[in-house]
Design a binder for this molecule. Sequence first.
Ligand code: SF4
Ligand code: SF4
Length: 281
Amino acid sequence: MKGIIFSIEEFAIYDGPGIRANVFFKGCPLRCRWCHNPEGLSPKRQIARSPNGCINCGACRAACPSPEVCRSCGQCIPACPRGLIRYAGDEWEADALAARILKLSPILKNGGGVTFSGGEVLMQPEFLLEMLQKTASLHRAVETSGYGRTEDFCRMLEETELVYFDLKAMDSEAHRRFTGVDNTRILQHARLLMESDTPYIFRVPFIRDVNTGEENLYSMAEFLSKAKTPPKVEFLLYNKMAGAKYPLVGMDYPWQFEQPTEEDQNRARKILADFPISFRK
Ligand code: SF4
Ligand code: SF4
């Protein structure tokens, strides 16, 4: 079966133990205002055009058969004399993608593995399942927002050795405002994860005035304290360059957020310290 992937990193060291191959699935049902991977949002192949270095020669426009609406035909790509245009998103057969990852086995088996991320992996559930099964000889990690069908989420848990699960905001209305969806299903899946035997780490994108308030932190700590064993939680500070890649895929980035202050971070540490939670920044 085929899936669409927007990036493959062959020697990554952040999303799981050891040296890893990270595979980024294209397409996400959420629209988090702090997302720094805009090419992962659309589930379709897109044209990415770097605005830096453009000499305004017009060659791309001259080559384009559909100037009103881009059809991702790719005719502008070879036309650009500066090489500024490329595809964002490639279709892969699961066999071919698995072969590419497994070729790295001698390195990845040495304490590392493969991590499937996105975008949102649950947007391509059958492809994800097939990839997890085909790479079962490696340590497999998955990074997810938890927003997908429950049946797919449960099948994924059966086929992975580590889940990174994003927790963004506990209040459903705030969650909808900042991500485009409410968190009912996400929290339901977080509960399933905490009841499961699959190892997991919660990741909190920590953003000033989004989820740094006491109410959100207490609510999150109480929620997590229901886990069978003390859950691990990582806080990721807002990436101030989040908007940098939006022009590449013809999108605006109208949001402005700030990183949490030291005081925000200390408050979070203090609140979580009163609960059975293993917290790391
Ligand atoms: S891919 Fe390029 S040439 Fe094709 S429709 Fe889009 S802008 Fe035009
Ligand atoms: S072909 Fe390349 S350099 Fe010329 S206008 Fe298009 S993007 Fe700019």
